[in-house]
Write a protein that binds this ligand. Structure first.
Ligand SMILES: Nc1ncnc2c1ncn2[C@@H]1O[C@H](COP(=O)(O)OP(=O)(O)OP(=O)(O)O)[C@@H](O)[C@H]1O
Length: 919
């Protein structure tokens, strides 16, 4: 900090140097002694200069406060004012600031001019002093020339003066320098002043603009406020009016409410009275209700007890239904009905927009198809089968219902499963499956064999099984072995009788298989060899019937009994009409053959349904191959495949009609091909009996000749052949046919009675041995008749034995009960002349039991049609209390089980009508 100068500048501009220092004086000039006062004022007002009123500032200026302020402080004041004014941008402040600035600038200017004047005056003063000193020097010089001493004094004085002079000169020099500095300062002040002026002008301008804007805004706001005030005033007047109205209204309402309140009070009083009354009555009602509640609770308890019984019954209803279904199937099994499962193919990819003919699929095998293109009364058709599988049914579901049938092959039954339906309806899909490599997609064939292997493995400790397969196809009425490549084109012969070993095509190669893998390999070979072609209905259509035959031979390790089962798995060729498949040439020939063979299949089935004496198996290779499974004691299952497309409606209906006829066919109860030890013992017994009979015959003959020779006087009557064999062949059979009313076993026993009587009568000297043998035989039949009621298998043995004794001689032993002979003994064109006799029973267990238990319900006697040597069924006398046959038809039996009743369709009776056309 500079020391505060103690120099005063008088008003007339003369400065008095107290310390004799010029620069100090100039500083003192700059830092006005009285400036402290103004600076204090400014200091006090710093940052709040806007609040200094204009009058006060003018007052301050008038008082000379500014004059006494230093230039630096004035500049700093100006700066601060400008900064603040820029910050605040206040219009009023700007005006005041402008005036202050003007004043300050004027002051600075005045000072500058004053300083210049002072400097001039000072330099004049110095000049005059110098002149005086010069004259003094000259005077002294003149004096010095007078005396030496004086000279010395003068010289000293002169030196002093010179020193003073140099001092003054130095001072002058310094002052000059100061002057230069002051000038410079003045220049900078002036330039600062200029820039300040410019800034002031700019600030003025911007302040003016701001002012204008603010004024404008103020005007607008004022207008707005005025408007709002007007509105508010208007609202105020309006609301006051409303308030008045409301007051009036509320007053009138208040009056009305008061009136109402009085009315309600009256009403409440009266209501209160009536409530009291009601309370009393409700109390009495409550008491009554509680009494009633108690009685109801008691009754509910009683009802609950009764209902629980009903609930149990309802819960059992479904199991009963299921049982009914099982029983129905069992009844069908016992009758030997062909089982029919219907499977509907889903629409294939790209067929999603197609209309379906399937309207309803029932749980109990009901199926309703409609013809959407021909709506009307007759557009709906109802069919009923053993089971209907919808489009969503999986391969596994389908097989689950087929499994029991396949398992019975291991118990020695013959089973035939075939798929029937138009081209592309899914026959191959069901039988083989779309992809042999995927187990999920496996069809019935693979699953069946897999199952056979699995079961045979689980039974291996008690029964050992051998399994062999054959695979043939029937293409254009030629049978081809699909598993023998070298003889692929070779035509195979078909045995024209049912073979004891179940080999319908003996020439076809027989392949032993030990695992499912073996089967898969063989079947792949077979499928590759199958004749396929494209038709308008299917890209890769099977143009042949393929037959996979599985032969099973089981040896019971305990009893040594041998089981023989045979499983035919048949994938028929498409059944569509020729015109639909749009084929010509070779394809036409194929289609004709296919249709012919399917038609022959229909004829056979129809003949079987009608129990015709003649079954035309020979009309096609297909029926010849399947003879053992269609007419024998086999279990048969048909898959009816349907294409749901509405365009296939007529095919679908004709397929369903065919299937319905098939489902009505009774083949007779299936029989197991079991060659047990008991049977073998019996056969041995029979053989020894026959031997002893033959011996007796010889003996009798010998005795007779001996008597004739020895006693010529006594004539010995000559009888016909005394052997039971000849007797049975000649005499017994016709008598059996006409005997009526007796069961086969009884008849056999009576025949034996007759024969023994005959022996007694005619061989007076017959040996005791022979008599014993016959008695033993007779006794055997009696025993077996008693046993049959509880033992069906024994019954079968007995019948076998009866047939053996009755029909044939020694050579029949091999065929008894083990082959695939037609148990109904219907006359087939294949067995013409071999099994020419009829029989009283249809060979089924049912009928045998029926004969045994109800001898009066025997079948009508059969007469021989002389011309054709064919047995003719005579009308059967109606059984007591029963109008029809002793073997109730399906519809009759099902009428006893309401849930299983067949739908009353026009085609339901068709099983008894000859088909117009099978295809
Ligand atoms: N249940 C099903 N689920 C899915 N696709 C099926 C089903 N049934 C059939 N298909 C498909 O329908 C098409 C025709 O089936 P498939 O070849 O088995 O008929 P098909 O009756 O054997 O014909 P063809 O008589 O010409 O041999 C095939 O593409 C098959 O994969």
């Amino acid at each position: 900090m500079d020391p505060e100068p103690d120099l005063h500048v008088s008003e007339n501009g003369e400065s008095e140097a107290r310390n004799g220092n010029v620069s100090g004086r100039i500083e003192a000039f700059n830092c006005l002694a009285g400036g402290n006062n103004f600076a204090d004022v400014i200091q006090a007002k710093r940052g709040n200069f806007a609040d200094v009123s204009a009058s006060k500032i003018t007052e301050l200026m008038k008082l000379g406060n500014l004059e006494s302020a230093s230039t630096n402080s004035l500049f700093s004041v100006v700066n601060r004012i400008l900064e603040e004014s820029i910050e605040k941008k206040n219009g009023d402040v700007t005006v005041r600031v402008a005036s202050v600035l003007k004043f300050v600038v004027q002051e600075i200017e005045q000072r500058g001019s004053k300083q210049v004047n002072n400097m001039k005056k000072q330099s004049d003063l110095y000049k005059s002093r110098e002149d005086r000193y010069h004259s003094k020097i000259r005077a002294l010089e003149t004096l010095a020339t007078g005396t030496g001493e004086e000279i010395e004094v003068v010289m000293n004085q002169l030196q002093q003066v010179k020193a003073e002079k140099t001092k003054i000169e130095e001072e002058t020099k310094r002052e000059k320098q100061d002057l230069v500095k002051l000038r410079k300062e003045k220049d900078s002040c002036e330039s600062q002043l200029l820039s300040l002026n410019e800034e002031l002008a700019l600030a003025k301008k911007s302040f003016k603009d701001d002012m204008f804007q603010l004024e404008k805004k103020a005007g607008e706001t004022k207008e707005k406020l005025q408007k709002e005030i007007q509105e508010l005033e208007f609202l105020l007047t309006d609301s006051s009016k409303k308030v008045k109205e409301l007051e009036d209204f509320s007053e009138s309402k208040f009056l009305r409410w008061k009136q109402k309140e009085q009315g309600y009070r009256h009403f409440i009083d009266s209501q209160f009275g009536s409530i009291q009354e009601l309370r009393l009555t409700s109390n009495s009602i409550k008491q009554e209700v509680s009494k009633m509640k108690n009685t109801y609770a008691e009754e509910f308890c009683r009802f609950g007890l009764n209902l629980s019984g009903l609930v149990d019954a309802a819960q059992n209803y479904h199991s009963v239904l299921e049982e009914n279904r099982k029983l129905y199937n069992e009844v069908q099994d016992l009758k030997g009905n062909i089982r029919v499962y219907c499977r509907i193919r889903p629409f294939l990819s790209g067929q999603s927009g197609k209309q379906t003919t399937i309207q309803y699929i029932g749980e109990n095998g009901e199926l309703v198809v409609i013809n959407p293109s021909k709506p009307g009364k007759d557009s709906h058709r109802l069919f009923k089968f053993n089971k209907v599988f919808g489009p969503a049914a999986s391969q596994e579901e389908v097989f689950l219902d087929t499994q029991p049938l396949i398992r019975s092959v291991l118990d020695g039954y013959n089973v035939c499963i075939f798929a029937y339906g138009q081209t592309g309806s899914g026959k191959t899909y069901t039988m083989t499956g779309p992809n042999a490599t995927s187990v999920v997609d496996w069809g019935v064939n693979y699953r069946a064999l897999n199952d056979l292997f699995n079961i045979s493995q689980t039974r291996r400790s008690s029964i050992t099984y051998e399994i062999c397969v054959q695979m043939v196809e029937i293409y254009n009425e030629q049978v081809r072995d699909l598993l023998r490549n070298d003889t692929f084109q070779k035509r195979l012969g078909i045995w024209n009788t049912s073979q004891p070993n179940g080999l319908a095509v003996p020439d076809a190669s027989l392949h032993p298989v030990k695992s499912t893998t073996d089967v898969l390999e063989l079947m792949n070979v077979g499928l590759m060899n199958r004749a396929v072609g494209a038709t308008a209905l299917n890209e890769r259509s099977s143009r042949s019937h393929s037959i996979l035959t599985v032969h099973v031979r089981g040896l019971d390790l305990e009893t040594n009994a041998v089981l023989r089962g045979c499983l035919h798995l048949v994938d028929l060729a498409g059944s569509e009409r020729i015109d639909r498949s749009e084929v010509t040439g070779d394809r036409l020939r194929e289609a004709q053959h296919i249709n012919k063979s399917l038609s022959a299949l229909g004829d056979v089935i129809f003949s079987l349904a009608q129990k015709s004496a003649h079954v035309p198996y020979r009309n096609s290779k297909l029926t010849q191959v399947l003879q053992s499974s269609l007419g024998g004691q086999a279990k048969t299952l048909m898959f009816v495949q349907l294409n749901p497309d509405v365009e296939s409606y007529s095919e679908t209906v004709s397929t369903l009609k065919f299937a319905e006829r098939v489902s009505g066919v009774e083949l007779g109860g299936a029989r197991s091909n079991k060659e047990g030890r008991g049977v073998r013992d019996l056969m041995e017994q029979v053989a020894s009996l026959k031997e002893s009979v033959a011996k007796k015959d010889d003996e009798i003959g010998r005795l007779r000749s001996h008597k004739t020779n020895g006693n010529s006087g006594v004539s010995v009557p000559v009888y016909g052949p005394a052997s039971p064999r000849r007797h049975s062949l000649g005499g017994i059979r016709p008598s059996r046919r006409l005997s009526g009313g007796k069961s086969s076993s009884e008849k056999a026993a009576s025949e034996l009675d007759n024969s023994s009587e005959c022996s007694d009568k005619h061989s007076e000297s017959g040996s005791q041995q022979s008599m014993d043998d016959f008695k033993h035989h007779k006794e055997f039949f009696r025993q077996s008749r008693l046993a049959v009621v509880g033992n069906e298998k024994f019954q079968e043995r007995r019948e076998d034995l009866h047939l053996k004794l009755d029909v044939k001689g020694n050579e029949d032993v091999e065929l008894l009960g083990f082959g695939d002979a037609d148990s109904d003994e219907r006359l087939s064109d294949i067995s013409d002349g071999v099994l020419s006799m009829g029989t009283e029973t249809d060979g089924s267990i049912n009928s045998i039991v029926e004969y045994t238990l109800f001898p009066e319900t025997v079948k009508p006697p059969v007469e021989i049609n002389e011309k054709h040597n064919v047995p003719i069924q005579l009308p059967r006398p109606p059984r007591q209390g029963q109008a029809g046959s002793s073997r109730p038809s399906l519809s009759k039996s099902s009428s006893k089980i309401p849930s299983l009743k067949k739908p009353a369709t026009s085609s339901s009776s068709s099983a008894l009508k000859p088909p117009k056309k099978w295809q």
